[in-house]
Design a protein around this ligand. Structure first.
Ligand code: WAQ
Ligand code: MG
Length: 260
């Protein structure tokens, strides 16, 4: 989309006070919108935070800011769904997929050992496969991938042609995975929701694609995770900056943004 000014819109909501005052994370969201689309984007994020299965928020912040960098168009990763019967089977399959994407066994084991600690993070954990350690240094905040969106009409067309449900959860998760796996330092991503009513998760990688796994935890469980496995990271600050700030729009079909 050249020539049009875009705005990054972000929301975070918590319960029992703000996040920085120890409140429980309820919901977060990020969109990219034109000036005329701001009202819809803010309303959609407001709705998302107000009607959430993790609870009613008593703190919410919604903000928008102009994006000055050019927006990069990206094709969504290939999607596949892997049916499993139990959460244990789901986690075993996730480990196998991470291994296929190039994550060493020691790092996979360590992440699964530490997974309960990661569930308090309201962004993502950056895990370095060289040192075998979490390296973002962001504690509870983690790294929040922002400045990304998938225009609804393009997503609807994509969903129809892939037999995928028309829900914003898949749209948002596939958009994050596509942006993150495109980063040269990122080997793979592991994610499942912290929402008690959603148990499907995924492993993603640039070559592996977006591999959904139908059961990663039990219904009612409020612990989720999002881990980006990174390798050969010489400049941590730039990597975090790219993930948080480089603007990306997902586009599956038709004319690509910026084509003439
Ligand atoms: N950047 C970094 N981390 C994030 C972001 C973001 N933009 N959004 C969410 N997270 C982290 C945060 O720690 C959340 O607690 C955790 O991920 C889970 O977020 O059927 O719904 O939005 O294909 O609850 C995946 C499967 C659903 C979708 C994942 O995650 C499908 C999901 P949630
Ligand atoms: Mg959630």
């Amino acid at each position: 989309m050249q020539g049009e000014t875009y705005f990054s819109v972000r929301m975070r909501a918590s319960q029992n006070g703000s996040h920085e005052n120890g409140g429980k994370h309820i919901s977060g969201g990020e969109r990219l919108a034109s000036f005329n689309g701001l009202k819809d984007a803010v309303n959609a994020l407001l709705d998302k935070g107000l009607s959430h299965s993790r609870g009613k928020p008593d703190f919410m912040q919604v903000q928008f800011e102009r994006v000055d960098e050019p927006i990069r168009p990206l094709q969504p990763l290939q999607i596949e769904t892997n049916e499993v019967c139990t959460a244990e089977d789901g986690r075993v399959l996730a480990a196998a997929l991470l291994s296929k994407a190039g994550v060493p066994a020691q790092s996979i084991d360590k992440v699964f050992q530490e997974i309960d600690q990661y569930s308090d993070v309201r962004g993502a954990v950056l895990f370095d496969i060289d040192s075998g350690k979490r390296i973002d240094g962001r504690e509870e905040k983690g790294v929040r991938v922002s400045r990304l969106d998938w225009p609804e009409a393009d997503f609807a067309q994509w969903a129809a042609s892939h037999g995928a449900p028309l829900n914003s959860r898949i749209k948002e998760a596939l958009a994050i995975a596509t942006k993150v796996c495109r980063h040269p330092a990122v080997i793979a991503e592991l994610c499942w929701s912290d929402d008690p009513d959603y148990i499907t998760g995924y492993v993603a990688g640039q070559k592996l694609g977006y591999q959904r796994i139908t059961k990663m935890k039990e219904y009612g469980d409020e612990s989720g995770c999002r881990v980006f496995f990174v390798d050969g990271l010489t400049d941590l600050k730039t990597c975090i900056d790219d993930l948080e700030k480089k603007p990306v729009l997902i586009q599956a079909g038709g004319k690509r943004w910026g084509d003439h």
